[in-house]
Write a protein of this length. Structure first.
Length: 470
């Protein structure tokens, strides 16, 4: 149909609305549909001016409004809603049409939907989209996965609406099957770790150093000028600076210390465990959120568990430099774990993911955008088949130069009673990965002693069992 919609969006919550406006402001004709018509009406009334946005109030009308082959982007709540919408759409679609899921769906669900739709000749892409509300409107980071032919149907559109970085548009094909959602999941896991690290640094400055919130904000601002330059560093400073209009106090100090989560971080940790990839910093960031939730339990336990909670004595600027180095090390460890996980997932699930492209797409628009990404991409490009950033001498040097500072911070944190799970797992990760010999030999001996699980030796080949207790 000429002059029909070039893309259709189902689901007009904030992300759906903003993506519709973004496509339309780049000149694409957009058809929109939402289950509850009032939301569509409100969108048209409050936000649409002269953008080429065409509303539909039934799915039939919506499907008719689109050019063929159709391109349909679902922006509905992740989970069963996606299946329900697909089921309702299916009888209305024709072979060659493309359905995309732009929500935070689990990669296994994406594979299942892809296969089900393929049986009807319908193409499907799982599209990770990061950048929050603002990113959706002004330029998100877009991570599409599925068949390359399906991606070719929308590449020209996604590239236009994506964030632009000095390395090109922040959209690239992430690989086959559920690769797009897998990459987005790993992005979110790194986001969890980065936010946890930032929160630990804030706690350290507040509790161990006794710094006022303004000084902490200023410190993040300064860090944002250097190696830690990143959206989340800047955001931490801005959030810390915000004052509660009622009390005039920093609002952050009045917020309940119970962190929520929607699942992507947990899925990444589960996937890492399933694939046998050690990702302790990504995992502990999920655990720290879960632990935070037990506020009343913590209060009860803390009341009966005195600890010095000692504020460190007068401190020099050197302490803050150490903390900055420690946070950088934590972030590098998180990226290292995330990229190893992506490497292994791509191998096991045959995604064919190009991690240099992943890092390029994360360069702008997304929540984990950071100065480090350019460097990390260079490292990956040096040897794309290496699972580890740690195989690179340049990467190791960045860790090594920060390790003593990170160790000092952990010692001070212990004295002051400040838990730093993300930082301590990052340090453990680096220390473990550089050890050619770990104490796993004793574990193997004990396993053999109690369960006859056998062991290997370092001085000769073979599988051995010993009667240890005779
Ligand atoms: P947010 O958290 O920003 O509100 P969300 O919960 O991820 O967004 O997605 C909400 C969107 O999914 C809404 O457009 C919602 O439609 P309604 O406005 O009718 O509630 C849509 N949605 C949720 N479940 C749905 C379903 N079973 N069928 C169709 N759309 C659904």
């Amino acid at each position: 149909m000429r002059n029909g919609g070039e893309i259709g969006i189902i689901g007009l919550a904030v992300m759906g609305q903003n993506l519709a406006l973004n496509f339309a402001r780049h000149g694409f004709r957009v058809c929109v549909y939402n289950r509850t018509p009032e939301r569509t009406e409100g969108f048209l009334r409050d936000r649409v001016r002269d953008e080429p946005i065409i509303p539909a109030y039934t799915l039939e009308e919506f499907v008719r409004c689109l050019e063929r082959p159709r391109r349909i982007l679902l922006m509905v709540q992740a989970g069963s809603a996606v299946d329900q919408v697909i089921e309702a759409l299916l009888p209305l679609l024709e072979p060659g049409d493309l359905v995309m899921d732009g929500g935070n769906s689990h990669y296994a669900d994406t594979e299942r939907r892809m296969q089900n739709l393929a049986a009807h000749g319908i193409r499907f892409l799982g599209v990770g989209i990061s950048g929050g509300e603002k990113g959706a409107l002004l330029g998100p980071s877009i991570m599409p996965g599925g068949s390359a032919e399906a991606y070719a149907m929308v590449e020209h559109m996604f590239i236009r609406i994506a964030a632009q970085s000095e390395e090109g548009p922040c959209c690239a094909y992430m690989g086959r099957g559920g690769a797009g959602h897998y990459v987005k999941m790993v992005h979110n896991a790194i986001e969890y770790a980065f936010m946890q690290g930032i929160a630990e640094a804030y706690d350290f400055m507040k509790t161990a150093l006794g710094m006022p919130v303004e000084a902490i904000a200023e410190t993040f601002e300064r860090w944002n000028e250097g190696a830690l330059n990143a959206f989340l560093t800047e955001l931490a400073a801005r959030v810390l600076r915000y004052r509660d209009p009622e009390s005039g106090d920093p609002l952050v100090e009045r917020i309940m210390d119970r962190a929520e989560q929607k699942g992507t971080g947990r899925w990444a940790a589960q996937s890492a465990l399933e694939l046998g990839v050690p990702a302790p910093t990504l995992t502990v960031a999920v655990i720290a959120r879960t632990l935070s939730y037990f506020k009343t339990d913590r209060e009860r336990i803390g009341a009966g568990f005195p600890w010095p909670d000692q504020r460190l004595g007068p401190f020099s600027e050197g302490v803050l430099a150490d903390l900055e180095a420690a946070l950088n090390l934590m972030l590098l460890a998180a990226f290292s774990q995330g990229l190893w996980l992506l490497h292994e997932a791509s191998r096991v699930y045959s995604y064919g993911t190009d991690r240099a492209e992943v890092l390029r797409v994360w360069r702008a628009g997304c929540i984990i955008r950071a100065r480090w990404l350019g460097f990390l991409r260079e490292i990956v490009r040096e040897d794309p088949e290496d699972p580890h950033l740690l195989f690179s001498a340049r990467f190791r040097a960045e860790l090594q130069q920060r390790l003593p500072a990170a160790g000092r911070v952990l010692r001070w944190a212990f004295e002051a009673g400040v838990p730093m799970p993300a930082l301590s797992t990052a340090v453990d990760y680096v220390l473990s990965m550089r050890r050619s010999r770990l104490p796993a030999n004793l574990i193997q001996a004990q396993r053999d002693a109690f369960g006859a699980h056998t062991y290997e030796r370092i001085d000769r080949p073979g599988v051995f069992h010993t009667e240890w207790l005779d």
